[in-house]
Write a protein that binds this ligand. Structure first.
Ligand code: KG4
Ligand code: ZN
Length: 384
């Protein structure tokens, strides 16, 4: 069986094709089109711009993915006009998408795909709807079933890819999902069986990276830039070198919730007291100290949860899990007590391969697909 997966919950458009052969998943194509350049000017993701870009990106990505999977074939017969009119109706709020998809449907025949998996939430509503309506249009036109996927479950499923850093996993597991939109700590009894132990009460961890980078005039997204700057400072000597110390919010709160807004404000107050030339000089140290504050809180809470629930495995995912220092310190502190699973970096940030993988795991558990008419975006979807 082959699964087509679509991701459009934030600022990455993703299309992947996964083949299941002898019960083993094989990725035939995994393409992501990042919109970073477009949102960078605004210092963060602008939902309506994300919607516009997804509309432009999805059809070309889909075509390229089919090509990579050797599934792209031109039509022998012309498709019915009536059906194309219906596609136009399904995409009436995504005019740009319709303009790209309809000529594609006229030119190429139904590929050898059995199911469409699509992210339905949580995420930015206008962005989610583009992927959802893309899936609805294809499912209608080619008469295919659809499997709605929770974006967070997608991130967690990225942990089940075989990768060089670590393989295999054992349950129960503690999953830390840290991205630009989400910070959640979950107890995973099995794939598909989740309990949210805690989450951020204000900013997501990645959002804090992005906002601190904006304060320091470093650009967007902040995570990779802050991570690079922080590498200029020796971890052990932060305080000796600079005397900078930021708070570790809620580290001793006794629960599994997070808060990063106060940390962000602490950085702001610190910067406001400095002269311009001092800010420039201290930027790597500020970046390193801020990053360490985030890591300390994430590490402490994750380890506490793993101990409390006697987890066998700790799984990291989401864009912030691509952070080198975080990966290094988790590896030092979590192993050997726990089996640490770190997806490769390209599977930490948003992608459609993780959506395909989540769908594969759902099918294995016997989850039923839905018909395209019942599919809708759920911006505030929560895991159960
Ligand atoms: O998972 P993702 O691609 O999208 C969301 O679902 O939000 O995560 C994007 C977030 C951004 O906030 C970005 O700054 C952060 O992940 N990020 C990082 C790193 N790479 C991306 N944060 C810290 N260190 C990194 N290396
Ligand atoms: Zn994400």
């Amino acid at each position: 069986m082959r699964i087509l997966a679509i991701e459009s919950s934030c600022d990455d458009s993703g299309v992947a094709i996964l083949e299941v052969k002898d019960s083993q998943p094989i990725l035939l194509a995994d393409l992501v089109s990042s919109q970073i350049k477009i949102h960078a000017k605004w210092g963060g993701v602008v939902p309506m711009l994300a919607k516009r870009e997804h509309q432009k990106n999805l059809t070309p990505l889909f075509k390229e993915a089919l090509k990579e999977a050797s599934l792209l074939q031109k039509h022998q017969d012309k498709p019915e006009d009536k059906k194309l009119q219906e596609v136009k109706k399904i995409l009436e709020r995504e005019e740009t998408l319709a303009k790209k998809l309809i000529p594609f449907l006229k030119k190429y025949q139904k590929p050898d795909i059995d199911l469409i998996a699509v992210t339905v939430g949580p995420g930015l509503e206008p962005a989610l709807w583009v992927g959802v309506n893309f899936a609805r249009a294809l499912a209608y036109f080619w008469n295919l079933p659809v499997l709605p996927v929770n974006h967070i479950e997608g991130h967690i499923a990225a942990n089940s890819f075989q990768n060089k850093i670590n393989t295999g996993q054992k349950f129960p597991a503690i999953a830390l999902v840290v991205s630009g939109g989400h910070t959640q700590l979950l107890l995973v009894k099995d794939f598909g069986d989740y309990q949210i132990l805690g989450e951020t009460r204000d900013d997501a961890a990645g959002e804090a990276f992005d906002k601190v980078a904006k304060m320091l005039d470093l650009g967007y997204p902040g995570g990779p830039i802050i991570s690079q700057l922080a590498q200029q400072i020796e971890t052990k000597n932060y305080e000796l070198i600079t005397g900078i110390k930021f708070p570790r919010p809620m580290i001793n709160s006794g629960d599994f919730d997070f808060s990063f807004s106060g940390l962000k404000t602490a950085v702001l107050y610190f910067i406001q007291k400095l002269k311009k030339n001092q800010i420039k000089k201290l930027t790597p140290a500020i970046a390193a100290q801020f990053q360490q504050a985030v890591i300390d809180v994430l590490l402490a809470k994750t380890l506490a949860a793993a101990q409390k629930y006697q987890a066998k495995t700790i799984m990291l995912s989401g864009g912030v899990a691509a952070n080198d220092e975080l990966r290094k310190q988790f590896a030092q502190k979590a192993q050997p007590d726990f089996n640490l699973v770190l997806p490769s970096k390209n599977f930490c940030t948003d992608n459609a391969a993780m959506v395909a993988q989540a769908a594969f795991l759902k099918i294995q558990k016997g989850e039923a697909s839905v018909s395209w008419q019942n599919l809708q975006a759920s911006p505030n979807l929560r895991l159960k």
